[in-house]
Design a protein around this ligand. Structure first.
Ligand SMILES: Nc1ncnc2c1ncn2[C@@H]1O[C@H](COP(=O)(O)OP(=O)(O)OP(=O)(O)O)[C@@H](O)[C@H]1O
Length: 275
């Protein structure tokens, strides 16, 4: 498990791992707890997510992944504990406050409008406008130009932005949903089960996109059941068990079997090396 320390600027950072990326704390959770009545869904989770890293949160059903994600995205307020963004304490009472702090979340259902094209889906609800005051109109030229930029330059994909979303594959739909989050220019994107129910090719497309975004300096938090996928693409993997963060692993130092054991029992049997 990485060791937390605080540098002279008050920025939290972690040592003890070797992801090859700068370890500036982008998101810090300190003793985060969430209770629903008598159910403790997340208990006392402390964790630093580094700038530009791909951090995966894994865990069995009911382990607390969604609840932790929902606290970061402003859906739930913590019962206890504190979130820090870029070293500053932040309190989100709704998702738009997380958005104001440059945190975007792509939910599993993607919430795309099938009969509308890619560009319209990317800018739905926040179209570029032209004109003044009550005479403002959607600036369609700007909408298509910016959607093209997001698709080509940020996501690195040559998809025709005038294609209606209903004609896209599962992986391409995920790309559009990620594109919509990019329209808000976030520096953290939380992805809820981004590869669930995708084909092998679609999974690869999404994984490559995640790598591309991390290379652009975006911090990615993936909530996933797909351990094989996160083993290939995450810089670090945090394992939740019954609401507690029981371990943080780097893919190089662990494997499918070990992560499964941690997810299902919360610990490692003797004979396995743990740090
Ligand atoms: N709104 C809620 N009200 C009451 N209990 C809740 C609520 N949300 C989650 N829980 C409970 O909190 C615990 C953690 O749930 P959570 O959905 O965070 O787990 P998860 O790891 O995301 O599981 P899954 O992979 O099945 O979605 C579970 O016992 C769940 O029943």
């Amino acid at each position: 498990m990485s060791v937390e320390k605080e540098d002279s600027t008050g920025q939290h950072s972690t040592g003890g791992d070797d992801t090859g990326k700068a370890e500036t704390s982008k998101l810090r959770m300190e003793n985060l707890t969430k209770q629903f009545g008598r159910i403790v869904a997340v208990e006392d989770v402390s964790l630093d997510i580094h700038s530009s890293e791909v951090f995966a949160l894994v865990g069995d059903n009911g382990a607390g992944k969604s609840t932790l994600m929902n606290m970061l995205s402003g859906v739930h307020e913590p019962s206890k504990g504190q979130i820090y963004k870029d070293g500053k304490p932040v309190n989100f009472s709704n998702p738009s406050e997380a958005r104001d702090n440059d945190i975007e979340t792509v939910y599993q259902d993607l919430a795309l409008m099938d009969d509308l094209d890619i560009a319209t889906n990317i800018f739905m609800g926040q179209f570029p406008r032209t004109g003044f005051g009550p005479l403002q109109l959607i600036d369609w030229d700007e909408t298509y130009e910016r959607a093209e930029q997001i698709m080509m330059e940020r996501l690195g994909r040559d998809l025709d932005i005038k294609t209606e979303v209903e004609f896209l594959s599962g992986g391409q739909r995920q790309l559009v949903a990620i594109g919509r989050s990019l329209a808000f220019d976030p520096d953290v994107i939380i992805l809820d089960e981004p590869t669930s129910a995708l084909s092998v090719d679609a999974t690869r497309l999404v994984q490559d996109t995640i790598d591309t975004l991390a290379d652009q300096g975006i911090t990615i938090v993936i909530v996933s059941h797909n351990i094989e996928s996160v083993l290939k693409h995450a810089d670090r993997i945090g394992v939740l068990f019954r609401g507690s963060l029981v371990d943080i692993k780097q893919p190089e130092e662990t494997d499918l079997e070990e992560l499964n054991e941690l997810m299902t029992t919360g610990t490692l049997s003797s004979g396995r090396l743990d740090d």
